[in-house]
Write a protein that binds this ligand. Structure first.
Ligand SMILES: Nc1ncnc2c1ncn2[C@@H]1O[C@H](COP(=O)(O)OP(=O)(O)OP(=O)(O)O)[C@@H](O)[C@H]1O
Ligand SMILES: [Mg+2]
Length: 240
């Protein structure tokens, strides 16, 4: 389980997270909603220790991330797939090599790496694309490669940062379906950061809305759909 305990984070004079508390239960998909610049990506980076809280803490499986030793941090990161907001693929590496990187870091035997790369590409519907380069792929394909790279780690958790942003509705639905299958078939606990409401409702078990540095409201999909909270309604309906 991942748990944010009253996390505060400032950059210079800017308070980004301000008492951010949220439990992310295992086996479910939790969606984190919020306006641009509210700190959603910053929150995700805290989970894997790319950022450290000024105050408060983030726990993964009961251990406080910023207190982990180097070895613990490496082990924890190996259990978490991270699908970055801008895919973050290496342009100079083939799709298969991009996916292999994290597996090589874990010093898996080469035949196992080859098997995992093939299986994860197959799972995202890109079985025959391993030798291509990121520049040759569409945005939607790049997102799928990012997801394949996460899956290949056989992680317990996957963090998806804006997985459908900038994609057409049909391609977005393909990505949503992948996230649902990762949960259902692989038992992955998902954290999805998005401002795409259609995607949020398609993949979430729970939805948390981040506002002014903290969780404004958290609930099941049905609770969020039915809420009369003005801030959430405004966000869902996209009203200015
Ligand atoms: N490493 C950093 N150094 C300084 N400021 C940062 C850093 N990372 C994030 N910020 C600032 O923190 C705020 C929140 O950024 P964040 O990327 O988390 O927003 P977001 O909610 O993910 O937005 P979007 O939906 O546009 O991706 C922004 O004002 C951003 O400029
Ligand atoms: Mg972001």
């Amino acid at each position: 389980m991942i748990r944010f305990n009253s996390v505060r984070k400032t950059f210079g004079a800017k308070q980004v997270l301000d008492g951010f508390t949220l439990d992310i239960p295992d086996g479910q998909t939790t969606v984190l909603l919020g306006y641009s610049g509210t700190g959603k990506s910053v929150a995700l980076k805290h989970i894997v220790g790319l950022l450290e809280p000024d105050e408060g803490s983030v726990e993964v499986d009961g251990r406080i991330v910023h207190e982990m030793s180097r070895g613990e941090l490496t082990a924890m990161r190996a259990s978490i797939g991270y699908v970055f907001q801008f895919s973050a693929l290496f342009d100079s590496l083939s799709v298969a090599d991009n996916i292999s990187l994290g597996l090589r870091e874990q010093r898996l035997p080469e035949d196992q790496i080859v098997r995992r790369v093939a299986a994860s590409l197959e799972r995202v519907g890109l079985a025959d694309q391993g030798t291509r380069f990121p520049a040759e792929l569409s945005g939607g394909m790049r997102k799928r490669v990012g997801i394949a790279r996460a899956i290949a780690l056989e992680p317990r958790y996957i963090l998806y940062d804006e997985p459908t942003t900038g994609l057409d509705p049909v391609t977005s639905a393909v990505i949503d379906e992948l996230m649902v299958r990762n949960k259902r078939e692989l038992g992955v606990t998902g954290v999805v950061v998005t401002h795409d409401m259609r995607s949020a409702f398609a993949v979430a078990d729970r939805i948390a809305m981040l506002y002014q540095g903290r969780v404004h409201l958290v609930g099941t999909v049905d609770e969020i759909r039915r809420t009369e909270d003005p801030l959430v309604r405004q966000f869902i309906e996209g009203r200015p």
